[in-house]
Design a protein around this ligand. Structure first.
Ligand SMILES: *[C@@H]1O[C@H](CO)[C@@H](O)[C@H](O)[C@H]1NC(C)=O
Ligand SMILES: *[C@@H]1O[C@H](CO)[C@@H](O)[C@H](O)[C@H]1NC(C)=O
Ligand SMILES: *[C@@H]1O[C@H](CO)[C@@H](O)[C@H](O)[C@H]1NC(C)=O
Ligand SMILES: *[C@@H]1O[C@H](CO)[C@@H](O)[C@H](O)[C@H]1NC(C)=O
Ligand SMILES: *[C@@H]1O[C@H](CO)[C@@H](O)[C@H](O)[C@H]1NC(C)=O
Length: 292
């Protein structure tokens, strides 16, 4: 029964104080923050929240939540943090910084932000006689992999394919040719990976250009780009060309061997003929000897 007495005393004390100041001392405040915060995936982020004018918020309720009110992202009530009904997504990842809470400044720190953490957050503050709320937009970003360009020149239609993964928020892709002109893709798709990050791929019919560039960027202009040499001075360097070069090489070689063979044969024949002539001359000489 011991602790019940001071509680009653405190209640009456508060009651008397409140009745004394009711109407004459209604402490109004405005809750304020930054409208948007950008954070890299996996980093720690600070969502600002403070009172205007500056006032002690130690005894106030501070509730951070996402558009659905319950459960909450973080709750500070009765002078301490309450994790009993926190969104499981934020378990062990939130921290209300109270160093300056007596001046009405109490940012929320979220550790290791994930793709799912993106979105709107509300900072709701309630005192005994006033309340206020503000909104902060958190955008978690990630820069994807270097785009990989592959070209397909086996079929009758020459196409190039570009793919890049690991983006946040949703990326866009642009193809440009040697002159910097945009090339319109024949097909494009964006999908969300098992990691909740975006992949983008695009297919084009190869333009009459020597060098194509594939640039992928997200909405906050983080970008990655790759180029690929697809043609050589206006002539396509294709599988077909490689193949025809191969054929030309072997044709030349065969031709060369045939020529050598032919010359050799001719020279052999010539040598035989010379021998024959020499033999005939010798024969003639002996016959002449017979005549003279
Ligand atoms: C949070 O921390 C507690 C104690 O360190 C641990 O038991 C619990 O598994 C953690 N929860 C998550 C979701 O990491
Ligand atoms: C509290 O306020 C002081 C002075 O403005 C500042 O240097 C300090 O970083 C603040 N602490 C936190 C945790 O924001
Ligand atoms: C080749 O391109 C033409 C016109 O762009 C299209 O009609 C045809 O279906 C394509 N053929 C193949 C095999 O992709
Ligand atoms: C998902 O993304 C990661 C990197 O962001 C990438 O390595 C992986 O290949 C992707 N998975 C699929 C199925 O595209
Ligand atoms: C292709 O174009 C890109 C971008 O314009 C350029 O950086 C790269 O050097 C070019 N490559 C070649 C081989 O011309």
């Amino acid at each position: 029964m011991g602790p019940a007495i001071p509680k009653i005393v405190r209640f009456f004390g508060l009651f008397i104080l409140c009745s004394m100041f009711e109407g004459s001392l209604s402490v109004r405040f405005k809750v304020s923050s930054t409208t948007s915060i950008v954070a890299a995936l996996g980093s720690d982020v600070l969502l600002p929240c403070h009172l205007i004018p500056e006032m002690n918020a130690e005894k106030m309720e501070i509730r951070w939540f996402k558009p659905m009110y319950q459960p909450y992202v973080h709750l500070y009530i009765n002078g301490k943090d309450d994790y009993t009904a926190q969104m499981p997504q934020f378990a062990n990842r939130t921290e209300l910084l109270k160093d300056n809470i007596t001046r009405g400044i109490f940012p929320l720190k979220i550790h290791k932000v994930t793709a799912q953490d993106s979105g709107e957050y509300y900072c709701y503050v309630e005192s005994s006689d006033a309340h206020g709320r503000t909104t902060v937009q958190l955008q978690v970003t990630a820069v994807g992999s270097l785009p990989v360009i592959t070209s397909n020149t086996y079929t009758s239609n020459d196409t190039a394919f570009c793919v890049s993964c690991g983006w946040l928020p949703e990326p866009s892709l642009i193809w440009t040719d040697t002159q910097g002109n945009q090339v319109i893709p024949s097909m494009e798709n964006v999908y969300r990976n098992e990691t909740s990050l975006y992949c983008i791929f695009s297919i084009i019919s190869l333009p009459d250009s020597s060098n194509i560039t594939c640039t992928v960027s997200n909405s906050i202009n983080q970008r990655k780009q790759s180029s690929r040499q697809i043609r050589e001075s206006g002539h396509p360097v294709t599988f077909r060309d490689q193949y025809s070069r191969y054929i030309i090489f072997w044709s030349y070689l065969t031709y060369l061997l045939l020529c050598i063979g032919y010359i050799y044969y001719q020279s052999m024949e010539l040598r035989e003929k010379k021998k024959e002539i020499r033999r005939l001359r010798a024969a003639c000489a002996s016959h002449e000897g017979l005549f003279y």
